[in-house]
Design a protein around this ligand. Structure first.
Ligand SMILES: Nc1ncnc2c1ncn2[C@@H]1O[C@H](COP(=O)(O)OP(=O)(O)OP(=O)(O)O)[C@@H](O)[C@H]1O
Ligand SMILES: CC(C)(CO)[C@@H](O)C(=O)NCCC(=O)O
Ligand SMILES: [K+]
Length: 257
C-alpha cells in the first residue's frame, strides 16, 4: 500500500492509499529535526488507534522543505524497506510538462496540484492552494504547468500584522460581518478577508485575460471553503487535491519507470 506524504512549510500530511481510496490521513507540524523513529512511532500509533493494519510497500513524498526529505527517506528505508519517489527529483517522472524559465525550481506541491487538477478536470485550469503561501498554478490545455502566482498566505498575512505592529494582537481569520470594522480584531479580519477576496478575483481575471480563454478555477487547502461560502470564487473545491496528485504521479512512475 502507498504512503503519500505532503510536506508543506507549516504542516505535513500523511495519507494511506489502498488503490481506490484514502484509508487514513494524519497531520503533523513540519519540523526538519523530526527523526525517522519519531515519525514511525507517531504514524504506527495512529494507525493502530484507527485499526488500520496494512503493509506499506510504497512511498511518495512532495516536500516544499528540502531538509525534511532526509529523515523521510530514512523512514522509508528503515521501516518500510522501500525507496521513496520524491517529486522534483530527476528520477521522478511527471505526466505533465513544466514550462518555466530555466533554473526555476517550481515548488513540488504546485507540480502535484497541477497533475491532480489535470487528472480530475483536464486542462485550462487555475489551481488555487491556500497553504502557508497562497499559490495560483496555471495549467495549460495539455496539462502543463506554465507558471502562476505566489501571494502571502492568509494566516501569514495576519501574523505579519501582529509581529510588525505593537498594538495589533494575534487574530484568527474569520469572515467579518461587515467591511467597516468597529474594533481592532474586526478591522484586521476585514483587511485580510476582503483583501483576499479581491486578490483572488483580480488574479484569476488577469490570468484568464493573459491566456485569452475561459479557465476553470479549482481550489484546495483548509481555508478555501471559508472564502467560497461568501463569493463564488471557485468552480470546484477539493479537500485532498495534493494527495490525489501524489497518487497519480506514483501510478505514472510505476507504469513508466
Ligand atoms: N475555518 C478555519 N479557520 C482558521 N483556520 C483554518 C480553518 N480551516 C482550516 N484552517 C487552517 O488552515 C490551514 C490551511 O491548511 P493547509 O493544509 O491547506 O495549509 P497549511 O498546512 O497551513 O500550509 P502548508 O501546506 O504550506 O504547510 C491549516 O493550518 C488549518 O488548520
Ligand atoms: C510557494 C510555496 C512555498 C507554496 O507551498 C512552494 O511551492 C515553494 O516553495 N515554491 C518554490 C518556488 C516556486 O514554486 O516557484
Ligand atoms: K498544502
Amino acid at each position: 500500500m502507498l504512503l503519500a506524504i505532503d510536506c508543506g512549510n507549516t504542516n505535513t500530511v500523511f495519507s494511506i492509499w489502498d488503490g481506490t481510496e484514502f484509508i487514513g490521513t494524519w497531520r503533523t507540524s513540519t519540523e526538519w529535526q523530526r527523526t525517522a523513529d519519531q515519525y514511525y512511532v507517531w504514524l504506527s500509533t495512529l494507525m493502530k488507534f484507527q485499526k488500520i493494519d496494512v503493509e506499506i510497500t510504497d512511498m511518495i513524498i512532495s516536500s516544499t522543505v528540502p531538509r525534511v526529505v532526509f529523515n523521510l527517506r530514512v523512514l522509508a528505508d528503515r521501516y518500510f524497506h522501500t525507496r521513496p519517489i520524491v517529486v522534483g527529483k530527476p528520477d521522478c517522472l511527471l505526466p505533465v510538462d513544466v514550462r518555466v524559465d530555466g533554473g526555476t525550481a517550481v515548488g513540488p506541491d504546485r507540480l502535484v496540484n497541477t497533475v491532480g487538477g489535470y487528472d480530475l478536470h483536464g486542462g485550462d485550469l487555475i489551481v488555487v492552494d491556500f497553504g502557508t503561501a497562497t499559490t495560483f498554478d496555471v495549467v495549460s490545455e495539455d496539462g502543463a504547468y506554465i507558471g502562476g502566482v505566489i501571494a502571502p498566505g492568509v494566516n501569514l498575512s495576519l501574523e505579519a500584522l501582529h509581529h510588525a505592529a505593537a498594538a495589533l494582537p494575534h487574530v484568527d481569520i474569520a469572515k467579518p460581518q461587515k467591511v467597516i470594522g468597529t474594533n481592532t480584531v474586526a478591522c484586521m479580519q476585514s483587511g485580510v478577508f476582503w483583501g483576499y477576496v479581491g486578490l483572488v478575483k483580480e488574479i484569476c481575471a488577469r490570468i484568464k485575460g493573459e491566456r485569452a480563454r475561459e479557465m476553470k478555477i479549482i481550489s484546495t487547502g483548509g481555508l478555501a471553503p471559508l472564502f467560497q461560502q461568501t463569493e463564488d470564487l471557485f468552480d470546484e473545491f477539493h479537500d485532498d487535491l495534493t494527495m490525489h496528485g501524489l497518487t497519480v504521479i506514483h501510478r505514472y512512475n510505476k507504469e513508466n519507470n
